[in-house]
Design a protein around this ligand. Sequence first.
Ligand code: FAD
Length: 556
Amino acid sequence: MVKPTLLTVDDDPNVLKAIERDLRAHYGEKYRVLRADSGDAGLELLRELRVRNEAVALLLADQRMPQMDGIGFLSEARKVYPDAKRALLTAYADTSAAINAINEVKVHYFFLKPWDPPSEHLYPVIDDLLEDWTASYRPPYEGIRVLGTRWSAGAYEVRDFLARNHVPYQWIDVELSADDPEVKQLIASIGDDVAHLPLTLFPDGTRMFQSSPAELAKKIGLRTRAETEFYDFAIVGGGPGGLAAAVYGASEGLKTVMIDREAPGGQAGLSSRIENYLGFPSGLSGADLARRAVMQAQRFGVEIIAPQEVVELRSEGPYRILKLADGSEISCHTVLIATGVQWRRLEVPGVDRLQGAGVYYGGGSQEAISYKGEIVYIVGGANSAGQAALNFAQYAEKVVMLVRGDSLSATMSRYLIDQIERTPNIQLWTHAAVIEVHGETHLEEISVHCSDTNTVERVPASAMFIYIGALPQTDWLQNTLERDELGFLLAGPYLRKDGKRPEGWTLDREPFLFESNIPGVFVVGDVRHGSIKRVASAVGEGAVAVQFVHRYMAKV
Ligand SMILES: Cc1cc2nc3c(=O)[nH]c(=O)nc-3n(C[C@H](O)[C@H](O)[C@H](O)COP(=O)(O)OP(=O)(O)OC[C@H]3O[C@@H](n4cnc5c(N)ncnc54)[C@H](O)[C@@H]3O)c2cc1C
């Protein structure tokens, strides 16, 4: 923990050195003693400390300084650190100015120079002031802080990235907390740059405005490049399928690398509560499952590269080569594609423009708290929409589920329907389809077509979360791997056409279960044609695929 600061300001270098020495001798163990040689330098330092969220306990300034005198400095400093104790160093002739300062700018004490011996003239008073300060002191938050507005797509991207990578952070909504004195001081310290939010503040004092996931990853120390160029087993996608394969592969001695374009955890990481995963009778959040699995994979020595997108797969003889978005390449004996599916887009006017500013695809559990006391719309009627509705209902005043059909029974599991029916602030709006969303800078209203009455209703909305099914994004594999008409990848028995093995297949055996039309390239989880879209199925497939990786490598 960073120690609270005692700041002393004086233009006379000898006095500055002497006061610093005396303060350090007595308070150095518990406090950090800093100095500045002018009022301006002192204010600049305080603003920097404010942005770093560091505590300042005492300000001690000489009254006689050119440009800005001690009283001038303390009255400005009070705007940045109103709770710090303020004291003046004065000569006898300045006594009346100092007394006035006690009343006018609330200076807590004035010392007469010289203060020797400090044990008599300095420490007793400062001890008293610091005791008083400590009584109401709350240690400031020391981790990463993100400043922005909830309507900002950039702020949403930063928060989503940090949450998905399990990096703790404090979110400061500058609009909602505009009246908070600490936030006011922080914004004042940032100055004109406040126009470039979102701002990510790191404990070491680094400020990053409008940062991209790649910049954040670099700063946080996430690995975005491979350590070596050759692996036994390279996994594309860090969802449950990829993570399970990574854990089994590495624990069985394969040199394993796993690459994810966002963060390990995949879609499961977005789920607020997975209730049907074996061994967790009261359910667990997707983020928790992902965090545990990532720790397990790392313990077995899996190298995790994220965020980094794989953009190409090719074969060179027995080697499989993956090209990454940054242009680098990874060679390996075997590849596992576990890239899952991505949300389908809602193609109605306004959605693209307001995405991230009140309109979201999916939406992690951490979002719910932002909508305390507001009206949230959920589009979709499948399990993921049901989980989201229950999650938002804990905070929102009302959650409205918009579904096209006349009930949820055809699309949602019974246990979720029962929970929704028992939750009074979830309203089901059937025969309803969003046809347009409205708002200048953020979502304000949505237009809903009611198919039973053939009317359109325009209603106010704070946020709309879209869960309307998902499709694989496999265009980067279209010239290498066999796909079905929706883009799902074919593997194992699904590759047989008219009783024949896939075109170009040269081995004298059938493709293994989960093996694609390229030997040594396997496919598991939601991206595989014919898969069951469940966490447990993806995990099972990932684990089983590793057995075929061993069998393939035994004969390469
Ligand atoms: C909100 C929600 C709730 C759910 N609830 C449940 C539930 O309660 N129970 C249940 O059993 N199932 C649930 N599911 C379904 C379950 O999450 C999926 O079936 C499961 O996550 C599929 O795992 P996967 O490994 O195949 O792929 P995913 O989890 O989709 O992971 C794929 C990963 O691949 C990465 N990726 C994609 N393309 C690339 C590329 N080119 N380069 C690098 N990386 C790439 C993605 O970033 C992603 O992290 C839910 C899904 C959602 C969205």
